[in-house]
Ligand binder design. Structure first.
Ligand code: DC
Length: 224
């Protein structure tokens, strides 16, 4: 099998991570959840008492930030300063902070450097906002995954409920719309569909159908 990368971009709750897990599992290649890296950076700022939009404050720790991505039992673990923060970074209050901190250029440059290094060393499926448009413009496969805001808020509510967090639907929908706006309007490497990315609207699709569609495109090429 030749080396290749699969870029899955799109707004939150579009089904990217579920698809990325299924596709990487089926192809037996790495899944890199790039959102987890921005979430861990936001957690670092919270711990340091730095506002996630305070670029000067963030610059003080970003160059030496200790984020490690490890894989155990087939799933990604995100380590911050040696501590496994995989669950903590999923808490709802971290989501908006991650969106805020991801708008800072110094943060994006650092994360992109780490992502490009991993993607150059091994084939992987990366999910994020700017993978096909900025991080890996030459990725062999690019998809832009989206869905209606209502559907995305419902999915997010279910996901949080499964983790024991109760958040009402309207609050989640507003947060999702605010994050969509922030992520697509930031100045540097915003959420954007790459011109050559295949669009998949998952509003009326099951997770299996989304994975099948992506695997169908990859299978029809000559990489496997
Ligand atoms: O995918 P997620 O919800 O875990 O991402 C959290 C935030 O991180 C999201 O609001 C925007 C940011 N992000 C980004 O700017 N670029 C990426 N490649 C991935 C995530």
């Amino acid at each position: 099998m030749e080396h290749f990368n699969v870029a899955l971009d799109g707004p939150s709750g579009s089904g990217k991570s579920t698809a990325a897990k299924a596709v990487s599992g089926k192809l037996n290649i790495l899944y890199l959840d790039t959102g987890a890296m921005y979430r861990a950076t936001a957690l670092k700022a919270i711990k340091c008492g730095v506002d996630c939009l305070d670029e000067e404050g963030v610059k003080k720790f970003i160059d030496d930030i200790d984020i490690k991505i490890e894989y155990r039992d087939g799933s990604q673990h995100t380590l911050l300063d040696g501590e496994d923060v995989s669950l903590k970074i999923r808490e709802n209050h971290v989501s908006m902070k991650a969106s805020d901190i991801s708008s800072l250029k110094c943060v994006r440059l650092k994360m992109v450097e780490l992502q490009r290094k991993i993607a150059s060393e091994m084939s992987c499926v990366l999910d994020g906002r700017d993978i096909g448009s900025f991080v890996l413009p030459d990725a062999k496969f690019k998809f832009y995954i989206t869905a209606d805001a209502d559907v995305r808020a419902r999915r997010r509510q279910k996901e949080l409920a499964e983790r024991g967090q109760t958040v009402d639907f309207e609050t989640l929908k507003k947060e999702i719309e605010q994050r969509d706006y922030n992520d697509s309007h930031r100045e540097f490497a915003p959420l954007k569909r790459a011109d050559d990315a295949i669009l998949i609207d998952t509003s009326d699709m099951s997770a299996e159908e989304v994975a099948e569609k992506i695997l169908g495109v990859i299978g029809a090429s000559n990489v496997l």
